[in-house]
Design a binder for this molecule. Structure first.
Ligand SMILES: [Zn+2]
Length: 247
């Protein structure tokens, strides 16, 4: 018996057509699964870009904190400087009063100490601020430098996915044609079983064993399955639709 004769004999039956639908579904599943398989280069570039973004975000948060500390200290510093100036002016206005002179002197001394404290606190913060600004700008530069390579990899990946979808087009059309000639109830049943049974809704059996679960099928089940009539016979163990395939 030639393969051609087999095909001719079995192409007509609904279960053979359903079996073919399953073959197409598996091919479409495979293509769909492949869509997620991005290239190592793209994965690496996305990871790198993500890491740069995270570092940039951390740097900006840190910079924001330092900026806030600086603003607060600068306000305190300028208010202390103003007080020093005010006290100096008062001191000059009361140049003849020796008692007031020494009181102003002591207040000015205290304020001046506070001014130096603020200045001492600010100095390392300015250094930190400059370093953080440089780091942020460096990271922005790295991000920008990586962008062309990343976008070209993303473009290649989009093309790859489109190509996979185009590859599935033939299978989708053939599937639609086959489904159009099958009882909707049978198709629905097959799809339900397939969803629950690892993508296999219809199976053959060889030497009396279900190819889905390996159970030995009772003879009457085998005979009914061999007739290929509807409603379809199902494996009593795994519940899949049984089909007798010519070998
Ligand atoms: Zn089974």
């Amino acid at each position: 018996m030639s393969a051609k004769t087999n095909a001719e004999t079995h192409e007509s039956g609904p279960l053979e057509r359903l079996y073919r639908v399953q073959g197409l579904d598996q091919e479409l599943d495979r293509l769909h699964g492949e869509e997620g398989h991005i290239s190592d280069e793209l994965r690496a570039a996305r990871t790198e870009q993500g890491q740069i973004n995270n570092r940039l975000e951390d740097t900006e948060i840190e910079l924001e904190k330092v900026d806030r500390q600086i603003r607060r200290l600068e306000l305190d510093l300028s208010s202390s400087n103003e007080q020093v100036a005010r006290n100096r002016a008062e001191q000059e206005r009361n140049a003849t009063n020796a008692k007031l002179q020494s009181q102003f002197e002591s207040v000015i001394l205290q304020l001046s100490e506070r001014v130096s404290d603020y200045e001492e606190s600010l100095a390392p913060l300015y250094v930190q601020q400059t370093a953080l600004r440089e780091r942020a700008s460096g990271l922005r530069g790295e991000h920008k430098a990586l962008r062309p390579a990343l976008s070209s990899l993303e473009g290649a990946d989009e093309a790859r996915v489109l190509e996979l979808r185009a590859q599935g087009e033939g299978a989708r059309q053939e599937r639609a044609g086959l489904i159009g000639n099958l009882e909707p109830r049978l198709v629905k049943e097959y799809e339900m079983i397939r969803r629950g049974k690892k993508g296999i809704g219809i199976v053959s059996y060889t030497a009396g064993r279900c190819q889905g679960c390996g159970v030995m099928l009772p003879v009457n089940i085998q005979q009914r399955a061999a007739s290929g009539s509807l409603p379809p016979v199902k494996c009593p163990s795994c519940g899949r639709i049984l089909i007798k395939l010519a070998i």
